[in-house]
Design a protein around this ligand. Structure first.
Ligand code: WTA
Length: 676
């Protein structure tokens, strides 16, 4: 064992191992209408037919110029898909639907306040609004293909409008989750070298109108300190024509979009034909080091993959009303609120607020009123709704045919509540396992073909071929039921192209560990490391245990422990910080933060709060530690390494094991007494 194995603790290590459950089967009614019912799909996407099988996904799109090479591996492991092709994502999500579906609702925007009107935007109206805003981005903000624009926008109809306007020009959008701090936004502006920031003045969260404009001021100021000038801040208004923020506009830098937009009414901009491999967007995510990494997604491959998986796994038909309750600020929202559903000409629901505002019946009222028949959310939301309103779904007259769970493992008990109460026993469930990096789903049942098994993501998708390695790089036998590191043997079109501006880190983080030959140009030599531990059961189904690295999945949101630790270290009194994952009933995991102070400082509730606030200010409220434990000393190895494993055992009320070899074994009991 290495020192890291002894000191370190990962989510996968604290995972609970569930019993194998029985299968659940889709209804005949579901199967009769499903997009994909042919079991031969698995064979068609077998490794023998790779990569040509993915032509079927590419053919779901309209190409300006058809591609000539399906997969180019010459720059391994930066794979290029559909080379030679030219395409525009905005055209594929909007323009191509106009002939037949001009008057169909593309977006239902549901404000958090129930007394506010739901906005129904037709494909025609979406086309008009995207065109006008595209003209503004080009002629007023000076953006052109290849430039990056940072978006820091809340859930609103204007967010996909902004994304699709960027895509129309070939501008690479980088949306930062609205709940992230100004500091987090600044880091992403600097890394992507954006000189335009697009934001909104305010939005509702739990019934309060939050001032969001202030984050833009912080972001621009901090980015400037780090050498990146933002010369235009474009501000959408929550209530067009009326300011909802006390934060003043900076003259010459900040502009209200709806005022500037007047000059662009009636303007139309032809979609810019982009090479298939041109980046469509960046999505920053947490990794093993402190700095978030910008996952760079392509235009052609990504759009083909999310369109295909939306069709076959989400079973979206043009007549469906589809609601994914994720935030567009995360990859789930990009792929399965915006690009996938709109590419298939569905009606997609965007809800501004929290699921339990003003009460636990809200999601089911929205579903009932809009006729939602496909629903998509995360275990953390399911657990919360089950806790506060277990009998609410039955009170409303909605009917789902299909439901998704995503983002973290779901407990079989919670799965069954979702199935029985939310789905009313009528809806199939897909448990989709994937990542920011992968663009779209990796493992899930195919809803009309493979039966469901609670607590299990299911088999890999057609065209995805996983392998589980042990620590020494040996392949575990298929279906052996032992835990190991799950990797994907082959590339697929939705996979990210690289880490923005850091190819070396891309190769190191995702491919170095199990690469068979670093000089090889064959994809067979480059298994992709997902960073998750998994077991495969005899039936081929995968169960994901959690991260094997320094990432904690809090309410389905990825946070780097190093990011939280470095935020705590900004507080001058703090000498050392250690974050460990703690199991939590609703959130799945939570970060527990242990702190040792510099000499001369004493613990106090005020100081605990100051440290907790520092984490929220640096990253955002989602990173707020469960508790800040100020300890006299950290448990350490004789070589001075913090024993996070011991701290995690204490936080999770588990046996700490043998601690006699520590440099300071006595501290363990002291910390235990404190945390109890
Ligand atoms: C976890 C979210 C179990 C996993 C789409 C992965 C899951 C990380 C599941 C990626 C699932 C996601 N079952 N675990 N169905 N889906 N995960 O990048 O640990 O925010 O590595 O992408 O979430 O989180 P990310």
């Amino acid at each position: 064992m290495t020192e890291k194995d002894i000191t370190h603790v990962s989510e996968a290590q604290i995972a609970v191992h569930w019993q194998e459950e029985d299968y659940f089967y889709p209804s005949m009614q579901f199967i009769a209408q499903a997009n994909m019912t042919d079991p031969a799909i698995y064979e068609k996407f077998s490794l023998d037919n790779f990569p040509n099988c993915y032509k079927a996904y590419a053919d779901l799109l309209e190409w300006d110029e058809y591609w000539h090479t399906i997969l180019d591996t010459s720059d391994a492991p930066c794979w290029k898909w559909f080379v030679g092709g030219r395409i525009n994502a905005s055209h594929n999500c909007i323009d191509r639907h106009l002939a037949k579906n001009r008057n169909k609702t593309a977006i239902h925007f549901v404000p958090e306040l129930e007394e506010e009107k739901v906005e129904h935007i037709t494909y025609q109206e979406l086309w008009v609004r995207v065109n006008e805003f595209t003209a503004l981005l080009r002629d007023f903000a000076g953006l052109k293909a290849g430039d990056r624009a940072t978006l820091h926008m809340p859930m609103s109809a204007e967010l996909p409008i902004t994304m699709l306007a960027c895509a129309r020009l070939g501008v690479i959008h980088s949306e930062v989750f609205g709940g992230f701090s100004g500091r987090a936004c600044a880091d992403r502006i600097v890394d992507s070298k954006s000189n335009v920031l697009i934001t909104m003045d305010a939005y509702y969260r739990s019934g309060t109108l939050l001032d969001h404009k202030k984050n833009a001021d912080i972001a621009v100021e901090l980015a400037a300190k780090d050498g990146q000038t933002v010369n235009k801040v474009l501000v959408w208004q929550r209530y067009p024509g009326k300011s909802s923020t006390p934060t003043p506009m900076v003259k010459g830098r900040d502009f209200f979009i709806n005022e500037e937009l007047k000059r662009f009414y009636g303007k139309r901009v032809k979609p810019v034909s982009m090479p298939a491999e041109a980046p469509l967007f960046l999505m920053y995510t947490s990794g093993t080091t402190g700095k978030p990494k910008g996952c760079q997604h392509s235009t052609g491959g990504y759009l083909a993959y999310v369109t295909g998986t939306s069709k076959f796994v989400q079973d979206i038909h043009p007549e469906d009303v589809y609601w994914c309750m994720a935030d567009i600020g995360w990859i789930t929202g990009h792929s399965y609120i915006v690009y996938g559903p709109l590419s298939l000409c569905a009606s997609t629901v965007i809800y501004e607020g929290v699921p339990n505002y003003p009460d636990a019946g809200r999601p089911w009222r929205i579903a009932q009123d809009l006729g939602v028949n496909i629903f998509h959310t995360a275990p953390t939301a399911i657990r919360a709704l089950r806790k506060i309103g277990p009998d609410e779904p039955a009170k409303y007259n909605y009917h789902f045919k299909h439901m998704t769970t995503v983002g973290e493992p779901i407990e079989p008990e919670v799965w069954k509540w979702y199935y029985k109460e939310v789905g009313k026993g009528e809806a199939i469930i897909v448990d989709t396992w994937w990542q920011t990096e992968t663009g779209g789903f990796l493992c899930s049942t195919l809803p009309a073909i493979t039966p469901m098994k609670p607590g299990s993501a299911g088999p890999s998708l057609p065209g995805i071929h996983p392998v589980i390695y042990d620590e020494d790089g040996n392949e575990l036998p298929a279906g052996c039921g032992r835990a190991g590191n799950i990797c994907i043997r082959n590339p697929w079109p939705g996979g990210f192209q690289t880490i923005w501006g850091d190819r070396n880190r891309f190769v190191q983080n995702y491919y170095a560990r199990y690469c068979k030959d670093p000089k090889s140009k064959r994809w067979q030599d480059w298994p992709y490391l997902t960073g998750d531990a998994a077991v495969q059961a005899k039936d081929g189904y995968y169960r994901i245990l959690g991260r094997i690295d320094d990432v904690i999945n809090v309410s389905g949101h990825r946070l780097g422990t190093k990011e939280i630790e470095s935020a705590a270290l900004i507080v001058p009194e703090v000498a050392e910080a250690a974050v460990v994952p703690v199991a939590h009933e609703i959130k799945g995991k939570e970060p527990d933060l242990y702190i040792a102070l510099k000499p001369g400082f004493d613990a106090s509730p005020e100081l605990e709060k100051k440290i907790s606030d520092a984490v929220c200010n640096e990253i955002g409220k989602i990173a707020k530690p469960r508790r800040v434990w100020i300890v006299k000393d950290m448990p350490k190895t004789r070589s001075g390494k913090i024993m996070r494993r011991v701290l995690a055992a204490i936080s999770n009320k588990k046996d700490v094991g043998d601690v006699t070899t520590l440099a300071n074994p006595n501290i363990v009991d002291e910390i235990k007494a404190m945390v109890k």
